[in-house]
Design a protein around this ligand. Structure first.
Ligand SMILES: Nc1nc2c(c(=O)[nH]1)N=C([C@H](O)[C@H](O)COP(=O)(O)OP(=O)(O)OP(=O)(O)O)CN2
Ligand SMILES: [Zn+2]
Length: 147
C-alpha cells in the first residue's frame, strides 16, 4: 500500500513532496442514505498528502515530513472522528465525517500550518483511502482561502 502510485496533481511549482501515513479511526455517517455506515465502525485510513511550492525554508524543507504526520496522525489516530467537533458536525452534510469531508479537512489542517510558514507552500491534493475498495481525492480550488 505504501508504495502505490497516486493520481498526480498538475501544477508548475518547482518542488512537490508527498507524505504517506495511516491512522485508525472510528466514525459513523449520520444520514439515512448511509445504510450500514450509520452505525459506529472503524477503518485504517490511508492518506497521501501532496505539498508543492517554489521556495524552501531555513532547514531546506518545503515542509518537514514529520510535521505533516504530527498534524494529522496525532490528531486523528485512535479517535472517533464524529467527536472532533472542530472538524465535523452531525448538523451539516458537508461536515459529516465522510471520506470526502475527512480528505478536505486534512487538506485544510495542512494548509493552515503552511500559511504560517516562511515559504508558504500549498497543499495541492489529499488522497484518502477508507477501505480496500473506496477512496477520495480532494484538490482545493486555486485561490480559495482556507478556514
Ligand atoms: N461517497 C461516499 N460514500 C460512502 C462513504 C463515504 O464516506 N463517501 N462511506 C461509506 C461507509 O462509511 C463505508 O465505510 C465505506 O463504504 P463501502 O465502500 O460501501 O464499504 P464496503 O467495505 O462495504 O465496500 P465493498 O466494496 O462493498 O466491500 C459508505 N458510502
Ligand atoms: Zn466508514
Amino acid at each position: 500500500m505504501m508504495q502505490q502510485i497516486y493520481p498526480v496533481a498538475s501544477h508548475s511549482y518547482a518542488y512537490e513532496l508527498n507524505k504517506d501515513m495511516q491512522f485508525a479511526a472510528a466514525h459513523y455517517v449520520p444520514a439515512e442514505e448511509a445504510g450500514k455506515c450509520r452505525k459506529l465502525h472503524g477503518h485504517t485510513y490511508f492518506a497521501n498528502i501532496t505539498v508543492a511550492g517554489d521556495t524552501l525554508d531555513s532547514a531546506g524543507f518545503l515542509v518537514n515530513f514529520a510535521i505533516l504526520k504530527q498534524l494529522i496522525h496525532e490528531r486523528f489516530d485512535h479517535s472517533v472522528l464524529n467527536d472532533d467537533t472542530e472538524s465535523f458536525s452531525a448538523d451539516e452534510p458537508d461536515r459529516f465525517p465522510t471520506t470526502e469531508a475527512v480528505a478536505r479537512t486534512i487538506c485544510e489542517i495542512v494548509q493552515r500550518h503552511l500559511d504560517g510558514t516562511e515559504n508558504r507552500a500549498r497543499c495541492l491534493q489529499v488522497y484518502l483511502r477508507e477501505t480496500p475498495t473506496s477512496y477520495c481525492i480532494y484538490r482545493p480550488k486555486a485561490g480559495i482561502a482556507h478556514a
